[in-house]
Design a protein around this ligand. Structure first.
Ligand SMILES: CC(C)(COP(=O)(O)OP(=O)(O)OC[C@H]1O[C@@H](n2cnc3c(N)ncnc32)[C@H](O)[C@@H]1OP(=O)(O)O)[C@@H](O)C(=O)NCCC(=O)NCCS
Length: 205
């Protein structure tokens, strides 16, 4: 069981790490952007205080093995070393071995498959039951996600990972006076493992 506060994941283009003091401006650039927040469950942030509050909430949650959020930090390019997005595992229900995932990416980084790369690493870690894996104590069986059905990029991101759209929850959110529906997605661990095994067995090229 890796302490969540020490969890670091690496992909070809990204380092995923817990948020830390100093990330405030990068986080505000994401969560203060009305376009990024168009289909989010809260309005855009008002200032850097919101970022500081997120970092502090995360610090406490990680220490208590509560919700997990990791910042996405590119290895190279203009944004190297900066937090350009976040992924999270939250609403962890240990007795039912399930949790929800959430994610957001700065506008300038969208459209390059970065979130797919980050979520592949996150889902693999979440479903890893090997002793010593970050979530080995939970032995998660199911991941869930909630996307506004109008948020085509988010729905596509989930579907590309193998999430199935299981239903539509009508007028579930009210953000900034606007009611919106939830497309409800689920991914089962056996299906994830089968898809990974199938992908590994594909001939290269
Ligand atoms: C959703 C989000 C994380 C996707 O990340 P990304 O790295 O830009 O995603 P990708 O570049 O892999 O694009 C995802 C897919 O959606 C498709 N797509 C993107 N914009 C689209 C649009 N407007 N209409 C239809 N499809 C779209 C892409 O073609 C891609 O499909 P593919 O996998 O078949 O190639 C990112 O857009 C984001 O952060 N949005 C704002 C925050 C948000 O909505 N978070 C999710 C809340 S549920």
């Amino acid at each position: 069981m890796t302490p969540l506060a020490e969890l670091n994941l690496r992909t070809a283009r990204l380092h995923l790490r817990p948020l830390a003091a100093g990330d405030e401006a990068d986080l505000f650039a994401i969560f203060g952007d009305p376009q990024v927040m168009r289909y989010w469950s809260t309005p855009p942030w008002g200032g850097l205080d919101d970022a500081a509050a997120m970092i502090e909430r995360d610090r406490q949650a990680l220490a208590g093995r509560g919700d997990l959020r990791l910042g996405l930090v590119p290895h190279t390019g203009d944004a190297a070393g900066r937090v350009v997005g976040t992924v999270s595992v939250f609403r962890i229900d240990a007795s039912n071995r399930r949790a929800e995932i959430g994610y957001a990416l700065a506008r300038a980084q969208q459209g390059r498959g970065l979130m797919h790369e980050a979520l592949q690493a996150l889902v693999a870690a979440a479903f890893d039951h090997t002793p010593g894996a970050p979530f080995d104590d939970l032995a998660l069986h199911r991941l869930e996600a909630d996307a506004d059905p109008r948020n085509a990029a988010s729905c596509r991101t989930l579907e590309r990972l193998g999430f199935l759209r299981e239903g539509l929850l009508r007028e579930r959110w009210q953000v900034g006076g606007e009611l919106s529906d939830s497309a409800w997605y689920g991914l089962l661990r056996p299906d994830w493992l089968a898809a990974q095994a199938g992908a590994a067995a594909q001939p290269a090229g």
